[in-house]
Write a protein that binds this ligand. Sequence first.
Ligand SMILES: O=C(O)[C@H](O)[C@@H](O)[C@H](O)[C@H](O)COP(=O)(O)O
Length: 261
Amino acid sequence: MGKQANLYAFPDTTALAPALRTYVIACQDAGIQRHGVFKVAVSGGSLPKTLAQALLAPSKGDSDKVKWEKWEIFFADERAVPLDHADSNYALLKAELLDKLSADTPQPTVHTIDPEQLGDTQELADQYEQVLVRSFASRDSVKLPIFDLLLLGCGPDGHTCSLFPGHELLRETTAWVAPIEDSPKPPPRRITLTLPVVNHAVRVAFVATGGGKKEIMKEIFEQGNGLPCALVNEGTGDRCSWFVDNPAVEGVSYPKRPFSL
Ligand SMILES: O=C(O)[C@H](O)[C@@H](O)[C@H](O)[C@H](O)COP(=O)(O)O
């Protein structure tokens, strides 16, 4: 049997957050060692709040430091709305996390979508792809960008980023960033990292909490069924780790592991 995704379950988000912090900091330190910066992409949904709980906690020492000045933050998916709109994943991350960094904290670099391109999602996706190209070197020399870490959520239908079950976008093989006009989760117009980019990351971490996730978690981990989250599990193996609470995996037979790096 090939190496499989790690499933870490905690009693609740308060217990999950310190483990997520340890994991993110390990990915950060590995990224900085590899290329001097930490390239991370984040999703919307409940993730920014949990991430804030993990990262805004006081540091326990030198090996537990968030080196914000080395962070390059991208969006795993983003909605085609202004940056201050209630539906914007950037606005959400800003409100939950970025605005809460103390004034003397060196700020991370944040790569937002271009708010001038909201009228055309293909143009919006192409522009964001260019942002990636500039950061990860040109597409000619790099076939796919390699994020140090992707921090993703899992929808109740098994979607992740804005990659939805059965959608033609799952078959995209060349683009790094793709538009979607018919997202079943509102709002419908978005851009998203494509599956090959997601599966190419050094590490992928999912955060999924709450009893509302248990049916889909069962399907993802027991059948797979071509669900986007299952495709990431299959594509990344043990480079993929799930941080969940017990209610989200109630009745899921897949082995849970105690958290360790
Ligand atoms: O912008 C988005 O809509 C998200 O990126 C999306 O993929 C999200 O992560 C999942 O829907 C899980 O959301 P919850 O964590 O809120 O369940």
